[in-house]
Design a protein around this ligand. Structure first.
Ligand code: UDP
Ligand code: MG
Length: 325
């Protein structure tokens, strides 16, 4: 594989025409200051606006810019994965396109990397310009995840991080379909450290993570790293059955000794609904895992690229496609 660059910056973009120019400008300024060769690897996740054209135009005048163009929207986590598959740098940085992750932090990450750390993640000490709802749900999610999983996923970190070539190669070997990249990075291990930063407001445009995507994302995070929800299902079922058994004994006793009002229709219905509810919850949890098994067995490629040029470019890239098929 051609390995002529020192740093690869992976930037997933989805309908980011409002910010991509400024992002390109700021990243270029920061990376040029390092004085070492770098590439800006944009992954266009099926944008429907002018994002891809804009990136093509940067690439026209700047050799450091590369574009991976998805055939449709495959999702943020898949976009990052594709970036890691095609990255050529000795160190790889993943950053959001909307400048919520300040590019100016990259030199600090590079310093840590040069000290010998293989993963340098950026930890948010503050989040600016996001709704209380987003902050609370995010805080709750990271804490739930921590409580439920065995993998040590650091609190309040996003995908903004630097990883060494070794980590990137290890990640390329992990081909599971429902991907929670920051969890997988912790899972592959290596020596890691954190740098703190204040998460800025989005430079322009709107969030590309509506509630539905956020829920999907958190389910991926939890279900990919923990079987505890399955155990919870059994536990809940057991508790409810036990409670109904006690209730049954009590109502039988009441009937035999004719004390108190007979346990009537309402309580019967209440019990039925309760157990039905539990059964449905349990089925839902089972469904999540069965769905995952189904995704894995179908074994579809994680993504499909529109631009064949990138695919045919180098041997390893062909190999990546094959291993994904
Ligand atoms: N993104 C993507 N595909 C998607 C959704 C988002 O590539 O389906 C990119 C988006 O362009 C941005 C990054 O992922 O660079 C983070 O998205 P966003 O800033 O909208 O998320 P938030 O910061 O609101 O959680
Ligand atoms: Mg953002």
């Amino acid at each position: 594989m051609k390995r002529n660059v020192r740093y690869t910056i992976i930037i997933p973009v989805y309908n980011e025409e409002a910010v991509v120019e400024e992002t390109y400008r700021r990243l270029t300024r920061v990376m040029e200051a390092t004085g070492e060769p770098y590439e800006l690897l944009f992954v266009n996740d099926g944008s429907r606006d002018r994002t891809a054209e804009l990136i093509e135009s940067f690439a026209g005048s700047d050799k450091c810019v590369r574009l991976l163009d998805f055939s449709r929207n495959f999702g943020h986590q898949i976009a990052i994965t594709a970036g890691m598959d095609y990255a050529r740098g000795d160190a790889v940085v993943i950053i959001d396109a909307d400048l919520q992750d300040p590019p100016e932090l990259i030199p600090l990450m590079i310093d840590k990397w040069k000290e010998g750390y293989e993963v340098v993640y950026a930890q948010r000490s503050k989040r600016k310009g996001e709704t209380l709802f987003k902050k609370w749900t995010a805080a709750l999610f990271y804490r739930t995840l921590r409580a439920l999983t065995e993998v040590n996923i650091p609190l309040d970190t996003g995908d903004f991080r630097l990883i060494d070539r070794k980590v990137c190669d290890a990640m390329r070997g992990v081909r599971e379909k429902n991907r929670f990249v920051r969890g997988l990075v912790s899972w592959v291990g290596f020596r890691s450290t954190a740098v703190e930063y204040v998460r800025e407001e989005r430079f322009a445009g709107e969030t590309k993570y509506p509630l539905k995507k956020m829920l999907r994302f958190s389910m991926d995070g939890i279900a990919s790293f923990s079987h505890k929800p399955l155990k919870l299902a059994a536990y809940l079922g057991f508790m409810i059955s036990f409670a109904s058994f006690i209730y049954l004994v009590v109502s039988l006793a009441q009937r035999l000794f004719n004390t108190g009002a007979a346990a009537g229709w309402p309580s019967l219905i209440a019990c039925l609904l309760l157990t039905d509810g539990v059964i449905l919850i349990v089925l839902g949890i089972l469904g999540e895992y069965v769905g995952r098994i189904y995704d894995e067995t179908r074994n579809r490629p994680l993504y499909i690229l529109r631009n064949k040029r990138e695919v045919e470019d180098a041997e390893h890239e062909i190999e990546v496609i094959y291993s994904a098929l």
